[in-house]
Each structure stands twice: as C-alpha cells, then as structure tokens.
Design a protein around this ligand. Structure first.
Ligand code: NAD
Length: 294
C-alpha cells in the first residue's frame, strides 16, 4: 500500500513543492492529500504535475485556523489510514515590535502555533490507535534563536518547538515520530506573503528615528541574505523526504549550516549575551548602533 501523506499550506512554496514531489514519485509510493486554504490555488499544483494524478494526489480545502474545516478534512481522510502529517502552513510577521498590531500578532499565533496544534489534535488519536505515524512540522531557524525585527514570528516558532519537543516525549511509546524541519531562508513567496509595516506608512513614522534606522538596515541585510544565501525549495525538500523515509528520524533537522556558528555560540554560552552581541554584529555590523560600550 501507498504511504499516505497529508500536507497543510500547499498553495505555494515548500508545501506546494513537497506535494508535487511526492505525488510525482516515479515508484508511486505516496498518496498525497495536498491541503490549502483556497482551493482555487490548486491549479498551480496540478499545472506543476501536468494534470490530475488521481491515484497519487487529492487536493482538499483546509484552513488551519478553522476548526470546522479541519474536522471536515479529518473526516474525509480518516477512512484511509494517515501515515504522515506535515504541518507546514505558516505566516511571517516582520517589523519593530511597537508596530505589530494585536490582530497581526493573533493571526501569526493562530496559524503558526494553534494551527499546528489543531492539525495534530485532529490526526493524533488515529495514529495512536494504530501505534504508527509521523508528524513533520515546518519550523524555522527563528524557532531556535531570536532574530531581530521578527520577535513575534520567532515567539510563535519557539512555541512550536516547545510544543513538539514536549509531545515527542509522550509519543515515543506509540511509535510516532515527530520531526521539526528548521529552515533558514528559502526562496518562496514567504517574504512577499509576510505581514510588515508599510515602509512609507504612518506606523513607522510614529517610531523613534534610531529604531527606524535599525529596521531599514535590517531590511537591507535581509534582502542580501535572501539574495546570497537562500536555499531553493528543492534543496529543503530533501530534508522532508528523508524525515518521511528514514526509520528513526531525529526531533530536529536543519536544512542549512548557515547559522551553525551562531547556534554553537548560543549553546556554548547559555546566559545569552554572547549570542545577542554576535547576532547584532552579524546584522548591523560591528561597533555600529551598539548600546554596549566597552
Ligand atoms: P509560503 O508563504 O509560500 O507558504 C506558506 C503557506 O501556508 C501558503 O501556501 C499559505 O497559503 C499557507 N497558509 C497560511 N495561512 C494558512 C491557513 N490559515 N491555513 C492553511 N494554510 C495557510 O512560504 P513557505 O516558505 O513555503 O513557508 C512554509 C513554512 O516554512 C512556514 O511554516 C514557514 O514559517 C516556514 N519557513 C519558511 C522560511 C522561508 O524563508 N521561506 C524559513 C523558515 C521557515
């Protein structure tokens, strides 16, 4: 029998790529339930595959913030056994903390954290009954270390890390493997899709000039980081495919070594000050705009 895989957030980026890759598997090993909030965007996936693939792909509507939509999808799929659940839907929020609206913050947590929780809750009981299954979660380097002007996004991904690490302990005896995939910058529409203050808008005008200056420097840093170091979707898909196929996947897989020196520094110096200094220097340059006079 085929390995059944349900993926959230398949209308673009990593979700779209993973759904296409598994559905197009030459050995036809997978049956993919590619889910997305807006079914109209399913065209992209079908186009990528060169038409319908009825025996390897089913496209389903699923908004991870809507419990009714989750219940309907779970009902639809539950008849089949689900082998692999990929919680991938996510959104970003960038900008000085003072500019993050209540609504924007709630949306980020509703999708990134509560969306993942609701999705896992919907499929976990059946996996436990079968004492088999895999859960793969799209997390982020921003779930492992703080990133400037991404505090609410990082908070949501840190929360996802705490959720999954805690859950993995309980799932051990059930033979359910949980894996967090920690992506760095990936060439998707993530940057275009994320919420951020309009650079010319009033939110930033109300902010102190120094923070505004730092934010503009961050945006330039971010642009060049994505330009120079972003991975292609195909590259990170390899990590998902391994997490699906390998007998005992680890709790965490990083897709890039780009942040390894900073992660090591963070671990080696648990009080955090060395990391804060190093990240500041990495993004804003050494000795500039620093509050830490010698
Ligand atoms: P993307 O914006 O192309 O994909 C995110 C997908 O989630 C979109 O298809 C979007 O429609 C979907 N989505 C948003 N809200 C949803 C909802 N309520 N219900 C269902 N689907 C919803 O970006 P991506 O890079 O493919 O992002 C995928 C995951 O990878 C996210 O969780 C993101 O946080 C994570 N990630 C991305 C990067 C990056 O640089 N691209 C880096 C680290 C982590």
């Amino acid at each position: 029998p085929k390995t059944t895989v349900l993926i959230t957030g398949c209308s673009s980026g990593i979700g779209l790529g993973l759904a296409a890759r598994l559905a197009a598997d030459t050995a036809r090993r997978f049956k993919v339930y590619a889910t997305m909030r807006d079914l109209a965007k399913g065209e992209r996936l079908l186009k990528r595959l060169g038409g319908c693939c009825p025996d390897t792909l089913e496209v389903l509507q699923l908004d991870v913030t809507d419990p009714c939509s989750l219940a309907a999808t779970a009902q639809r799929v539950q008849g089949q056994r689900l082998d692999v659940l990929v919680c991938n839907a996510g959104v970003g929020l960038m900008g000085p903390l003072e500019t993050c609206s209540d609504q924007a913050m709630k949306t980020i947590f509703d999708v990134n954290l509560f969306g993942a929780i609701r999705t896992i809750q919907a499929f976990l009981p059946a996996m436990k009954r079968r004492r088999a299954g895999r859960i793969i979660v799209s997390s982020s380097i921003g779930g492992l270390q703080g990133l400037p002007f991404n505090s609410v996004y990082c908070a949501s991904k840190f929360a996802v890390e705490g959720l999954c690490e805690s859950l993995a302990i309980v799932l051990r005896p059930f033979n359910i493997h949980l894996t967090l995939v920690e992506c760095g910058p990936v060439n998707t529409s993530f940057l275009a899709n994320l919420q951020r203050p309009d650079p010319e808008g009033s939110e930033l005008q109300g902010l102190d000039a120094e923070t505004r200056g730092l934010y503009h420097r961050y945006l330039r840093h971010c642009q060049s980081l994505f330009h120079d170091a972003a991975q292609e979707v195909e590259e990170v898909l390899q990590v998902f495919v391994e997490a699906i196929g390998t007998p005992c996947p680890p709790l965490r897989c990083v897709t890039t070594q780009l942040f390894a020196p900073l992660s090591r520094l963070r671990l080696a110096s648990p009080d955090g000050s060395a990391y804060v200094r190093a990240m500041h220097d990495f993004v804003f340059g050494r000795g500039e705009a620093g509050g830490d006079k010698p």
